[in-house]
Design a protein around this ligand. Sequence first.
Ligand code: BES
Ligand code: MN
Ligand code: MN
Length: 461
Amino acid sequence: MNKSLQNHKEIFIEQLQELLKIPSISADPLYKEDIKKTAKWIENALNEIGCSSVQIFKTRGHPVVYGEVLVSENAPTVLVYGHYDVQPPDPLELWESPPFEPVIKKSDLHPNGAIFARGSCDDKGQMFMHIKAVELLLKSNALKNNVKFVIEGEEEVGSGHLEKFITDHKSLLQSDIILISDTGINSIENPAITTGLRGLSYMEVSLTGPKRDLHSGLYGGTVANPINVLCDMISSLHDKNKRVNIPGFYDQVVEISDSDRKKMNQNGLDEKSFKASIGIDAVMGEKGFTTMDRRSIRPTLDVNGIWGGYSGKGAKTVIPSQAHAKISMRLVPNQEWEKISELFEQHFKSIAPEGIKVEVTTHHGGNAYLTPIDSLAYKAAEKAYSDVFGVVPHAKRDGGSIPIVPMFEKVLGAKILLMGFGFDTDAIHSPNEHYGIDNFLKGIETITLFHIYFSDLYKNQ
Ligand code: BES
Ligand code: MN
Ligand code: MN
């Protein structure tokens, strides 16, 4: 580890813990003030390291924090994007320590300790690495790139207002590369650079049968029960090979070549530890594909939640009037999320039996994204990871989504580089989310080197 980081690591970890104490839950309006407080905290952090033009931009949703360090007109510009909002921490009772009271604990995969708190890995901890990397570079007079920070507060709810923000501030955000740490590596021994994200269509369905809940003795067997029907409809959305059974769903899918697929699977995942890490004894998914394939290059459909009728204590004999479900689809290149949402809606309505009214709404979505691997930025990142981790990182496609990513490219015309440092097992979105101290420090070091190598390669191209 370089000396300057060594000297600052304790304070950096303390600062991150401060940030993690603010419950910036974007989904819940009760936390609006905490969201504002977090934006202010970041504004202050950017000012402290020496950024200029630091500003909190209001949007129709949660604010965006901007700051920049401009070193020279001839230097390349790196736009750093991250998010300061976090997922709701529930179910609270499953947290071993409170979600907004960060503690450092050792674990099997983090022998040198990890910070346990909501947002530690996704994305406060990863976003903060960028601020600290730039701080170190500025301190040693080694920053040769212009850097612009865009830190938003709505990623976990679909980045609904960010497209307007970037469209309205196109020239302010002009850049050569967009750098994001909001993905992961397999392990410290086997790091990877993410070159793909899946897209997403997030739907909600509501079925209505009788106009009120009914006595299940008086009416049972005579009417379509919305929950029974919803279950039938949902189970018909996959065929026996676990392919998605919506006409047209696969039409735009670009199949990857056998050799790429082989390569991808060579760096694949150890199925035994995969199963152990989530407490299952068998995997399941689309026939003809590996677990690695299924969560990176294949589109999927999953129910995220289902409700209706009586689910309180004891028993109540009732035929519910309504049934609801939230259903998401992960998408791959070149599926278009608006089109897929439309196909879903058409199909779902078409399979409803008589006696049931169906309503379908789209929550949000975004397209899949692939990053180039022959760019200067990728080469600089590859070199930086190699230095810090001691091995050349391989390229991997991730299963998660960052819907704003393709939008960035479309509006700003710059490519994206995904330099993530979390582990899949860090429990993002789950109870006991954590982020390794090693991941955090190695991340800062890698980002620092990235900036140095990127400006070098840019100058010499
Ligand atoms: N950081 C994640 C996405 C991610 C995690 C990508 C790990 C690759 C590897 C991001 O914050 C996230 O959770 N995205 C959501 C989508 C959003 C619209 C709620 C997702 O993927 O579910
Ligand atoms: Mn994230
Ligand atoms: Mn997330």
